[in-house]
Ligand binder design. Structure first.
Ligand SMILES: Cc1cc2nc3c(=O)[nH]c(=O)nc-3n(C[C@H](O)[C@H](O)[C@H](O)COP(=O)(O)OP(=O)(O)OC[C@H]3O[C@@H](n4cnc5c(N)ncnc54)[C@H](O)[C@@H]3O)c2cc1C
Length: 361
C-alpha cells in the first residue's frame, strides 16, 4: 500500500478523533482507548510488519512520517501506538512459530495490545542493571520483580518483559519473554498521575513468581539487550519526528493567533519582536526535521543510526520544549489556556515527556 494512503489515514485519525478527544483524555486522566481502536480499524497497528505477515510493510522513513502527523494532535496517543507497533515489529521479525501462532494475528489487528517492559523502579537509564528475574524451572520461566514507567500499562494485554537470568552476566544475562497480562501472578499497578500525557496509560506491573512457557521467549539470553537497543534507535527517531509534529502545530496556531490579535493599533504579527520569536522557532523546526529525517534515512538504508538517532532526539526535544513555550508566549494568556483549538499546553507537557521516553534527552 502506498505511503500516501497511510498518511491520509493518519490525518483522518487526527482530524476526526484525536484532535476532538485529546483534551478530554487529559481531563479524565485516562488512556486513549478510542484512538487505539480507531487506529486498529485503519490498519495502523502493524505498520512495520511485512505485508506477507498481514502488516502494512512500512520502512522506518514512512513510519516516522506517520508519527509526525499523529503527534501533531497528541504525543501520548501517538506514542501508545509507537510502542504497540514496535512490539508487533519485534514479534514478526524474531518471534518463534509458537509466538507467531499465538499472537501475531491479534497484534496486527489490534485485538492484542503490546507493551515494552524494560524500566524498573530502581533503574531506568542503566538498563543492564535490571533486577526483575527469570529462572528456568523445567520448560517454564518463573518471573519475579517489578516494572515501572510502562506505556500502555493500563490496557496492554501482551507484555514483552525484560528479565535477568544471571546478574553476573550483566546485559548478557538478559532475556525477553512475552507474558499474557492475564497470567496468574501478574498485577497491573495504578497508572501514574503526571503533568500530562495520561492518554498513554503509563504505569507499572508486579510479577509474583509468574510461570510462562519457555516457548514464549522472544529474544534469548545474550540477545535480548541488543534487541532492545535496536528498537530504541528507531523509537528515538520517532520521538524526534513527534517533536517536529508538535512544534509545527504550535507554530501554525501561534502564527494564526498573532495575525488576528490586535494590540497597540496593529496585529501582534506586525511586532518585530514577535516575528523574531516565531522565526527562531521555524529555524529550529527545520533543523529538527533535517536531523530526524537524516537518522530515518540511515535506518532505512540499514546503516548504523545510533549516533544520528541520539542527535535527532536530543535536538528535537529541546527545540520543541523551547519552541512550544515561545509560541505560547506570543499568544499571551490565551496560549496558556487548555482548549480543543489550543493544543499547546498539552504539547508542552508532551515535549517534557519526550525528554524521558526511550532514554533521557
Ligand atoms: C511517560 C513515560 C513513558 C515511559 N514508557 C516506557 C516504556 O514503555 N517502557 C520502558 O521500559 N520505559 C519507559 N519509560 C521510562 C524511560 O525510558 C526512563 O524514564 C528513562 O530510561 C530514564 O530512566 P529514569 O527515569 O530512571 O532516570 P535515571 O536513569 O534515574 O536518570 C536520572 C538522571 O540522570 C541522568 N543520567 C543517566 N545516566 C547518566 C550518565 N551516564 N551520565 C550523566 N547523567 C546521566 C539522566 O539523564 C537523568 O537526568 C517511560 C518514561 C516516561 C516518563
Amino acid at each position: 500500500m502506498a505511503t500516501s494512503s497511510i498518511l491520509a489515514d493518519a490525518r483522518k485519525l487526527v482530524d476526526e478523533l484525536i484532535d476532538p478527544l485529546a483534551d478530554q483524555w487529559e481531563t479524565e486522566r485516562r488512556f486513549a482507548r478510542e484512538s487505539f481502536d480507531a487506529a486498529a480499524q485503519l490498519g495502523l497497528t502493524a505498520l512495520l510488519v511485512p505485508e506477507a505477515q498481514g502488516g502494512r510493510g512500512l520502512g522506518p522513513l514512512a513510519f516516522v512520517r506517520v508519527f509526525e502527523v499523529l503527534a501533531s494532535a497528541d504525543l501520548a496517543a501517538a506514542f501508545s501506538l509507537v510502542v504497540h507497533n514496535n512490539f508487533a515489529r519485534g514479534l514478526a521479525a524474531s518471534g518463534n512459530q509458537h509466538l507467531i501462532d499465538l499472537l501475531l494475528a491479534d497484534t496486527v489487528s489490534g485485538a492484542a495490545m503490546g507493551a515494552f517492559l524494560l524500566t524498573e523502579p530502581g533503574t531506568g537509564s542503566d538498563a543492564s542493571a535490571i533486577t526483575c528475574s527469570a529462572v528456568l524451572d523445567g520448560d517454564e520461566w518463573v518471573i519475579k520483580g517489578d516494572k515501572a514507567w510502562i506505556t500502555n500499562a493500563s490496557d496492554a494485554t501482551a507484555l514483552n518483559v525484560y528479565a535477568q537470568t544471571n546478574p553476573a552476566l550483566k546485559h548478557r544475562g538478559i532475556v525477553s519473554i512475552v507474558v499474557d497480562a492475564a497470567t496468574p501472578g501478574v498485577t497491573r499497578l495504578e497508572p501514574y498521575e503526571l503533568l500530562g500525557g495520561h492518554a498513554m496509560g503509563t504505569g507499572g506491573f508486579r510479577f509474583d513468581d509468574v510461570r510462562v512457557s519457555r516457548n514464549n521467549t522472544l529474544s534469548p539470553v545474550g540477545e535480548a539487550f541488543g534487541a532492545a537497543m535496536v528498537g530504541i534507535d528507531l523509537a528515538r527517531v520517532v520521538v524526534g519526528a513527534m517533536c517536529c509534529g508538535m512544534l509545527q502545530r504550535a507554530l501554525d496556531v501561534a502564527v494564526e493567533h498573532s495575525r488576528s490579535r490586535q494590540l497597540f493599533g496593529g496585529s501582534v504579527a506586525d511586532k518585530q519582536g514577535v516575528q523574531w520569536m516565531l522565526a527562531d522557532v521555524a529555524t529550529d523546526l527545520e533543523a529538527s526535521r533535517l536531523l530526524t529525517f537524516r537518522a530515518a534515512e540511515a535506518l532505512e538504508a540499514e546503516s548504523d543510526a545510533t549516533i544520528a538517532a541520539a542527535h535527532a532526539k536530543k535536538f528535537s526535544v529541546r527545540a520543541a520544549e523551547r519552541g512550544i513555550a515561545a509560541c505560547m508566549q506570543t499568544m499571551g494568556a490565551t496560549g496558556f489556556r487548555r482548549a480543543v483549538d489550543n493544543p499547546l499546553p498539552r504539547h508542552l507537557a508532551g515535549a517534557r515527556i519526550a525528554a524521558y521516553i526511550d532514554g533521557t534527552w
